[in-house]
Design a protein around this ligand. Structure first.
Ligand SMILES: *Cc1c(COP(=O)(O)O)cnc(C)c1O
Length: 435
């Protein structure tokens, strides 16, 4: 029996409903979904699939399909799980982190003439919205130890036009937020945490993503946990904005006070300077379910990544030309999304490009996440002078081209981890021997 809340138009008890879901998934569809999520081949697989199909067919006669596929109880459950995990009340499950950022940028009324400080090294998603509205991106240089935004350089680059600072917790290693929050408070600037890599990271006793005015986590497939490939959690510390963020996710719909003869109202979202119009970043029930399941395992996942990072860091202590990933301490707890491997070119007898080539030859996958943002063509074509920017980010230039790359951490066997550590140590030894 459908519940009244399963109807698109919830009119209470009714004889003739108007279902929310047009066409549901049938048993044959479901079977294809199982096949997709659990892929395989060979006789054993075919037999198991055939057996599952027999049961799924039976199940379809006695089960009820979901009455809602978008923005309902599963999305709410995922948000509740996030709230409990993060210690906030404002988690809003959106299509991806990029749309979470967009809500924050719109709250700030970011437009041409405004400045936003972003780190020189991050994923393009951090800067996409400012670039798209013609706001001026100011690239902060990075801290050579973490490759995160350097608060001291941020301080130098603040102007009266600076509206936002966007610290990015690269690889899940927390940015030093205290000085950034202090600067922001002093100059009345909003802080948006790009916490795409950092779900579960801690900074001085607080969860990352609960410190800035806004934050967004990514649940894209490549991150530590996912909601079937895409998803993001947005949070806010702006008093009273949590409920508005929910409306900002779905076209500004307000069911609490409908207009005359209609079911809801559409109200603008209050912003810092002026209200703004909401777009649509709604997520699905199946994504909600997927996210809740993974949140429950997040601490285990971080622990496993941490174990791998500890192993690598301990191995790399054998050669002082290698600067291993910092493992954190009581105050700084990373999520170990990426393993930051750095070398000292003077001691290694060559720079990271040489090491990268050697690792590639040994079959070790390593990719520096990410390059200098200002090197993309879109930045040049929007009128920025790339070389002039590079001069304001000397540490970024040095670390990206000469010193760092990232190693994989998750889903590797002990043998693979050992092989990778051996390969790094051997390669650096070869470089030191001039080979
Ligand atoms: C993945 C990523 C994003 C964007 O996340 P989406 O959920 O794909 O929008 C933003 N910033 C960084 C640093 C990322 O790695």
């Amino acid at each position: 029996m459908k519940k009244t809340t399963d109807f698109r138009y919830n009119t209470g008890a009714t004889k003739v409903p108007w279902a929310a879901v047009g066409e549901n998934y049938n048993a044959a569809d479901l079977m294809e979904i199982i096949r997709f999520l659990m892929q395989g081949s060979g006789e054993a697989y075919d037999n198991a699939i055939a057996a599952v199909w027999e049961q799924v067919k039976k199940l379809s006669d006695i089960s009820t399909p979901p009455g809602k596929l978008s923005l309902a109880s599963k999305v709410e459950e995922a948000e509740t799980a996030c709230n409990e995990y993060l210690g906030t009340t404002t988690s809003t499950f959106v299509t991806n982190a990029t749309s979470g950022f967009e809500i924050a940028y719109k709250y700030a009324n970011l437009k041409e003439g405004d400045e936003v400080i972003v780190p020189a090294i991050t994923f393009v998603a951090t800067m996409a919205y400012p670039l798209s509205v013609g706001a001026k991106l100011v690239f902060a240089d990075v801290d050579p130890k973490t490759i995160n935004m350097d608060p001291a350089d941020v301080a130098k680059k603040i102007t009266p036009k600076t509206k936002m600072i966007v610290p990015v917790h690269i690889g899940g290693y927390p940015v030093d937020l205290d000085p950034i929050m202090e600067l922001a408070k002093k100059h009345d600037i909003l802080v948006l945490e790009d916490a795409a890599h950092a779900f579960g990271a801690m900074y001085k006793g607080k969860k990352i993503g609960t410190i800035g005015d806004f934050a967004a986590f990514s649940m894209h497939e490549v991150k530590n946990i996912t909601s079937f490939g895409e998803g993001g959690i947005a949070t806010t510390n702006i008093p009273g904005f949590g409920d508005h963020m929910k409306r900002a996710r779905f076209l500004g719909m307000d069911f609490s006070a409908p207009i005359k003869d209609w079911l809801y109202n559409i109200t603008p979202i209050p912003g810092k300077e002026k209200p703004f119009v909401a777009l649509n970043y709604s997520t699905t029930e199946i994504q909600g379910l997927g996210l809740t399941l993974q949140i429950a395992r997040n601490e285990e996942i971080i622990a496993e990544r941490r174990r791998a990072a500890e192993y690598l860091t301990n191995r790399f202590k054998a050669n002082d030309a290698i600067i291993p990933q910092d493992l954190g301490n009581d105050e700084i707890k990373p999520t170990f999304h990426l393993y930051l491997l750095q070398i000292d070119p003077a001691k290694a007898g060559g720079d990271i490009q040489v090491l990268k080539k050697k690792l590639e030859e040994k079959g070790v996958t390593q990719i520096a996440h990410f390059g200098p943002l200002y090197r993309f063509q879109v930045v040049a074509d929007m009128g920025y002078d790339q070389d002039a920017i590079a001069k304001t980010c000397p540490v970024c230039e040095e670390v990206f081209y000469k010193r760092f790359t990232h190693l994989p951490l998750y889903g590797l066997s002990d043998e693979q981890l050992q092989y990778m550590a051996d390969a790094v140590l051997e390669s650096v030894a070869e470089m030191q021997a001039g080979k």
